[in-house]
Design a protein around this ligand. Structure first.
Ligand SMILES: C[S@@+](CC[C@H](N)C(=O)[O-])C[C@H]1O[C@@H](n2cnc3c(N)ncnc32)[C@H](O)[C@@H]1O
Length: 228
């Protein structure tokens, strides 16, 4: 996605303003991770959390995946829906806030969450539900800006470090899954005509559900009941 855009905030109204108009706000190219991460899989069911204008959901749907795409911006979802109609592909578009959305459990072969930046407690709860939504053998792919991205001056992404990602934080969010890939990577900033040396720093984590999923308890006090 274009990295020179300011984010839309933590409520749908901000994103609806961002997505106004017919032109795409972000690139319509899918994440460069999708091909390598899903290209070798037999298409099944996929869930795209925070799907935006639909670039990743559409790419998967065009390759035979049955995709559920969730975003709280009805303007963004409407845009994605128009793109899908133009391409002649079906996607199950859902307007919902991920903070209260409960995907069906044991259902998806692939879950993706791309550049959705939320406070750690909200992100953790969303990713626990996303983990439980995987079928055994299914994988989740999470990508977004690393907290060190702020130090490098490349435009784009939230300016609040509390909304940025770390490898360790995402690995903790995905406790109960088998971590297959967990890394930071430097990505040249798109749109630069010369090599300015500017880059974004992303976190990429892929994890697989290998057993019946048992989410780790969220941090915080709880009372042990009988048999706990
Ligand atoms: C930077 S865009 C990324 C869109 C898409 N994943 C991509 O990679 O192109 C972030 C998206 O997350 C959505 N979003 C942010 N917070 C959300 C929430 N709590 N519930 C649902 N969607 C949310 C926004 O509406 C926006 O479309």
């Amino acid at each position: 996605m274009s990295r020179a855009e300011a984010p839309g905030g933590s409520e749908p109204e901000g994103w609806n303003l961002r997505y106004q108009g017919n032109e795409p706000v972000f690139t319509t190219d899918p994440s460069d991770l999708l091909g390598p991460e899903t290209g070798g899989l037999v298409p099944g069911r996929a869930l795209d959390l925070g799907s935006g204008e639909g670039r990743n959901a559409l790419w998967l749907a065009q390759r035979g995946w049955r995709v559920t795409a969730v975003d709280f911006s009805d303007v963004g979802v409407a845009k994605a829906r128009r793109l899908a109609e133009g391409l002649g592909v079906e996607v199950d578009w859902v307007v919902a806030d991920l903070r209260s959305y409960h995907p069906p459990e044991d259902t998806f072969d692939v879950v993706i969450q791309s550049f959705v930046h939320l406070p750690a407690n909200e992100r953790g709860a969303i990713l626990r539900r996303a983990s439980a939504a995987l079928r055994p053998g299914g994988s989740i792919l999470v990508v977004g800006y690393d907290v060190s991205h702020l130090d490098h001056g490349a435009p784009g992404g939230p300016s609040d470090p509390a909304l940025l990602l770390t490898v360790d934080g995402l690995v903790a969010d995905l406790a109960g899954l088998e971590i297959e890939r967990a890394e930071r990577r430097r990505v040249p900033v798109e749109g630069d005509e010369e090599d300015t040396g500017r880059f974004a720093v992303d976190v990429v984590v892929r994890a697989r559900r290998v057993t019946p999923f048992r989410a780790a308890r969220p941090a915080g006090p709880w009372l042990a009941g009988p048999g706990a």
